[in-house]
Ligand binder design. Structure first.
Ligand SMILES: C[S@@+](CC[C@H](N)C(=O)[O-])C[C@H]1O[C@@H](n2cnc3c(N)ncnc32)[C@H](O)[C@@H]1O
Length: 169
């Protein structure tokens, strides 16, 4: 990844540091609503040019608008309430520059039948059809693949998608 990279809902920042280490020229921003998570993230050794910011993705700070070449999504989408999914897509759309990329690992099916907690999550399941419909207007699907490696218990339940923001948005 190159340029400005956003990791929304970065938690302890493992992805932030992995991307920073792999892409030393990239400026990676880990964003999270939980100050306590970022406090822990900042205790890890610096991997590259990463920084962290405490903010609500749904109230994206104005200086982050149209700033990013890349957004990396991992287990932020699946923790937000399904009714907020359109707002999530809106926030990612605002954060990206035109033709910017969203690389997302989407946790499709976190629960075995009968296992889901009351209310269905988090994590909340999503179908590929719902992802298609959520991102159809503002994004083009560039590539889709099954991740080669997954956390134990997530094998076959995830889908990686590379989406590109349309120029007109
Ligand atoms: C399951 S954790 C994932 C952490 C990290 N992405 C990872 O894979 O290790 C989800 C994170 O999303 C954050 N989050 C939830 N809602 C958010 C919001 N509206 N704005 C920013 N962060 C949010 C939570 O605080 C939490 O740290």
């Amino acid at each position: 990844m190159e340029g400005e990279v956003l990791v929304p809902g970065c938690g302890l920042g493992h992805d932030v540091r992995a991307i920073s280490a792999a892409s030393p020229a990239a400026r990676v921003l880990g964003l999270d609503i939980a100050a306590s998570a970022l406090e822990q993230a900042r205790r890890f050794s610096v991997a590259g040019r990463e920084t962290y910011q405490c903010a609500d993705l749904f109230a994206l700070p104005v200086e982050l608008t149209s700033r990013f070449h890349w957004v990396f999504e991992h287990t932020c989408f699946c923790v937000i309430e399904p009714r907020q999914r359109c707002d999530y897509v809106g926030a990612i759309t605002r954060a990206l520059r035109p033709l910017g990329f969203l690389l997302g690992i989407f946790f499709l099916n976190p629960w075995d039948p009968g296992e889901a907690p009351d209310g269905g999550g988090p994590p909340f399941p999503v179908t590929l059809e719902e992802l298609d419909s959520l991102f159809a207007t503002g994004f083009e699907l560039v590539e889709e693949l099954n991740p080669h490696a997954s956390y134990p218990g997530r094998e076959g339940r995830e889908m990686m998608r590379l989406l590109r923001k349309r120029n007109s948005f």
